[in-house]
Design a protein around this ligand. Structure first.
Ligand SMILES: [Zn+2]
Length: 112
């Protein structure tokens, strides 16, 4: 959990965000992660939370939703993520997470 919090702080700094967020590691059935705009709680799927690469990506992903205040994966959304992490890296990690989620739960679209 300390590692997860450190990743959260580094990501907030990168996005120049000053809000406080809480992280919960949960057994999520269909999602890799989620964020509540109201309570600023980020939920990470327990099955993905031990991998720092996954955690880093998921926190960037959820904070990008918050920063742009959208639940959609629009052009603007990926433009922001790609500018921070690199397009190839974003694609590769999403593929890895999707593969992992389909192994665990037979979920084929964890980012919808
Ligand atoms: Zn998303």
């Amino acid at each position: 959990m300390e590692k997860v919090k450190a990743i959260l702080e580094a990501t907030k700094m990168d996005f120049e965000m000053h809000d406080n967020f809480k992280i919960r590691i949960k057994r999520l059935k269909t999602k890799a992660a989620s964020i509540s705009f109201g309570t600023r709680v980020i939920r990470l799927n327990k099955e993905l939370a031990n991998d720092p690469e996954f955690v880093t990506y998921l926190i960037y992903h959820e904070l990008a939703h918050y920063k742009l205040h959208t639940r959609f994966h629009s052009y603007k959304f990926y433009k922001l993520l790609n500018s921070k992490l690199g397009e190839e890296k974003v694609k590769a990690i999403e593929r890895k997470i999707t593969r992992k989620m389909s192994e665990i739960n037979h979920i084929s679209r964890p980012f919808d």
